[in-house]
Write a protein that binds this ligand. Structure first.
Ligand SMILES: NC(=O)c1ccc[n+]([C@@H]2O[C@H](COP(=O)([O-])OP(=O)(O)OC[C@H]3O[C@@H](n4cnc5c(N)ncnc54)[C@H](OP(=O)(O)O)[C@@H]3O)[C@@H](O)[C@H]2O)c1
Length: 329
C-alpha cells in the first residue's frame, strides 16, 4: 500500500449557506501499489476549483448532469497529472493526462478510459492552461459566444461581460472582440480588476459594481445600448444590463454565480419587470451548457491555443500550492 493525501467533503454548507474552508478535510489514505489491466497510476499536478462545485456541495445538486459529493468521500473535478505507471494501451509513464473527474488526492489509480492525453507543446508547456484558457473555461467562453452570442464582424456590436475578471469572463471579453464586437465593456468587483481588464485584456471600459451606480455608468459607456451580454453572475447586475439591451439582442447565459448560495432553480427566473423587457425586446436568453458541445472541443481547443500563442488571448491564473490549501479557494 502507498500512503497518499486526499481532501474529502467534511460538511455541507446548506443550500442557503456560504461555503467555508472547514467544509473540507485533508486526510491520509492509501492506494494499492499494484495496478490492474486498463488502469493508470497518476501523480496529481493541478486541480481546478470552479463555481459549479458549490452545487456539488449540496445533497441535491439541482442538475441531472452533476453528482453531489458525499460526506467523508474524496472530492473530484477537473485535474491534470503525470502518469507514473500504466497498464492501459493509450498511456505510458511520463505522459501528461487530464480528466473531468480527477480525485482531490496526491496520487490515484484511475481507469484509463476516463483520461485524455495532453499535448504540452500546444500551450508551450504551461500545463495548467488546459484547466483554464485551453480547457473547459476557454471552451465555455468561445462556444458560448459562437453558439448563443450571434456575434458577427462588421455588425458594430457592443458586448457587456459580467464576472469579467473571472476565468470565463476575462476570456469572453477578449473573444468577443476577436469575433468582431466593436465595443467590449466588463463588470468586475475591484478597481484593480477593472484596470487589468482595460490595460491587459483589451476591454474598452470596465465598471466596478461595488462602487458607484452601475446603470448610469453602463448608459454612459454603452451609448448605443447592449447587443450581446455574456452573463456569468445573474441577480441585480444582470437585471441592470438586460434593461439596457437592444431590440433582438442576445444573452449568453453562461452562469449565475451570485445565486449559487441560494436555494433557487437554475436558471433563476428574471423579476417580472425585467422579463417583460426581455420579451418585448425579443432578447434571447437560452440555457448554455458547454458539455453539450463536446463535438466541437478539439477544433476549439486548437483555436484557443493558437490565440494564446499569438498573444491575442491574454491569460491570468490564480494558483495556490498544496492540496491542504484547496479549501481556501
Ligand atoms: N455554462 C457552462 O457550461 C459553464 C461552464 C463553466 C463555467 N460556467 C459559469 O461561468 C461563471 C464564471 O465561472 P469562472 O470559472 O469564470 O469562475 P471564476 O473565475 O471564479 O470567476 C467568477 C467571478 O464572479 C465574480 N462574482 C462572484 N460572486 C459574485 C456576485 N455575487 N456578484 C457578482 N459577481 C460575482 C467574481 O469576481 P468579482 O470580484 O468581480 O465579484 C469572480 O471573479 C460561473 O457562473 C460558472 O458557473 C458555466
Amino acid at each position: 500500500m502507498m500512503i497518499i493525501q486526499r481532501v474529502v467533503l467534511n460538511s455541507r454548507p446548506g443550500k442557503n449557506g456560504v461555503p467555508v474552508a472547514e467544509n473540507f478535510r485533508l486526510e491520509q489514505s492509501t492506494i494499492s501499489d499494484t495496478i490492474q489491466d486498463g488502469q493508470v497510476c497518476v501523480r496529481t499536478l493541478y486541480l481546478s476549483v470552479d463555481p459549479y462545485m458549490r452545487c456539488r456541495m449540496n445533497e441535491d445538486t439541482g442538475s441531472d448532469y452533476l453528482l453531489p459529493w458525499q460526506l467523508s468521500e474524496v472530492a473530484d473535478g477537473g485535474g491534470i497529472g503525470v502518469v507514473e505507471e500504466s497498464k492501459h494501451n493509450s498511456f505510458a509513464k511520463g505522459d501528461f493526462v487530464t480528466s473531468f473527474n480527477w480525485p482531490w488526492q496526491t496520487m490515484a489509480i484511475l481507469d484509463g478510459g476516463l483520461l485524455q492525453k495532453l499535448v504540452p507543446q500546444l500551450v508551450d508547456g504551461r500545463l495548467s492552461f488546459f484547466l483554464g484558457a485551453a480547457g473547459i473555461t476557454g471552451l465555455t467562453a468561445l462556444l458560448g459566444i459562437k453558439e448563443k452570442g450571434h456575434v458577427s464582424a462588421g455588425a458594430n456590436q457592443t458586448m457587456v461581460v459580467s464576472g469579467a475578471a473571472g476565468a470565463c469572463g476575462s476570456l469572453a471579453g477578449q473573444i468577443g472582440r476577436l469575433e468582431g464586437c466593436t465595443r467590449v465593456v466588463g463588470i468586475a468587483g475591484t478597481d484593480e480588476k477593472c484596470s487589468i481588464l482595460i490595460s491587459e485584456m483589451g476591454f474598452d471600459a470596465a465598471i466596478n459594481y461595488k462602487k458607484g451606480h452601475v446603470a448610469e455608468q453602463l448608459r454612459e459607456l454603452c451609448p448605443g445600448g447592449v447587443d450581446v451580454y455574456f452573463d456569468n453572475v445573474g441577480g441585480d447586475i444582470s437585471d441592470t444590463v438586460i434593461s439596457q439591451m437592444n431590440q433582438n439582442s442576445h444573452i449568453v447565459l453562461c452562469g449565475q454565480i451570485s445565486q449559487y448560495n441560494k436555494d433557487v432553480p437554475y436558471p433563476p427566473p428574471l423579476p417580472p419587470e425585467v422579463e417583460k423587457i426581455q420579451k418585448e425586446r425579443n432578447i434571447t436568453r437560452e440555457r448554455f451548457l458547454v458539455l453539450n458541445y463536446m463535438d466541437k472541443q478539439e477544433a476549439s481547443i486548437l483555436q484557443l491555443c493558437q490565440w494564446i500563442k499569438e498573444g491575442k488571448l491574454k491569460v491570468r491564473e490564480t494558483v495556490v500550492e498544496g492540496l491542504e490549501n484547496i479549501g481556501v479557494l
